[in-house]
Unconditional design. Sequence first.
Length: 447
Amino acid sequence: LEEKNCSDPGGPLNGYRRVVEDTGLLNGRYAKIGTVIAFFCNNSYVLSGNEQRICQDDGEWSGKQPICIKACREPKISDLVRQKVLPMQVQSRETPLHQLYSSAFSKQKLQIYPTKKPALPFGELPPGYQHLHTQLQYECVSPFYRRLGSSRRTCLKTGKWSGRAPVCIPICGKAENITLKKAVGSTRWPWQAAIYRTASGVKENSLRKGAWILICSGALVNERTVVVAAHCVTDLGKTIVLKTAELKVVLGKFYRDDDRDEKTIQNLRISAIIVHPNYDPILLDSDIAVIKLLDKARISSRVQPICLSSSHDLTSSTEDLKIMVTGWKVLADIKDPGYKNDTIRMGVVQMVDSLLCEQQYEDNGIQVSITDNMFCAKQDHTAFSNICPAETGGIAAITLPGKASPELRWHLMGLVSWGYDKTCSLELYSGYTKALPFKDWIEKNMK
């Protein structure tokens, strides 16, 4: 009996074919039975149809001859980005030459020869690929995020996508309808982070071993970074950084009493603590540190980052600037009848001249050195306040127009650094670490 052969099917247009090793040979224009041919496409083309065909006993090839189609692989996107495939359409973009030609033809001719719609590409593409000129539209899944990168991308002839890959980042400093004038005791500050330390080594009888003590407030600046005063994360009067296991960060907190906190709070572990290299634990100069979170913060209405301001944002004179300070009463007495209902404290403070500040401390027998990295502030008589910054610590924030929109956004102005514990008189000045001189350092450690 004459052995049947399969005739060479050839490679697809804009592609090629190759015999799979050890399956047979292509002799001239024929292949022996059992020969397997694999098909491939040139760059920027994608194979549609059978990737391989086998020469069968009847002298026919299995499957159908594949084709190569111009296509783009879908770009990878994060879970925070929603992608929508738009209907195929060829964009009309007239050049002066197009306009010249179109004006040379009469309307009658256009009626006789209507413009043909572009033919849709034939052939099915494998999953994860899109046809030439397909457009992808992007938006953020959550209203608490904003998009960076292109809102639309088009599949180009090169097999690449136009524009830039979209990413969604948390919107910073957006507290719904909260201004300096509207803020009251029930206001929640979604960027406020509570810093806790383990009670090991504390000899106080009321604290059980392994309990967590609230020691400071910090400011959430992105999903993995909290800015805090360096004195909160170092041994007293030293630059020795505490171990990450000794500290934890709690987000979404409102009540001082941990038992009253809602289920919405997030207890987050810490991966690293970075204290500013110029931190001076004696003068409290450069009193700033960055806490890196091991777990990513889940952004919600209760947990959002605050913005970092640039020097050009602060166009008005910083003297007499009204600033909001927020923090929990750190040295709270658990037996105090009001403890259960105590919430985050807040108050408006006003920046004062550093010479006046130094003078007031000197009059009280305390020598302070105010550096360029600090500012002093006193409480504002005219605004709501239930805070004593020297007692609570905390973060200082101001409202400024946002970069992406003119809407006011909250920006980190500084961190409570020092003060003296007397009766919390409105006239007493507190010292703060300025955030602005450390903006570049913070951003470098946010990555």
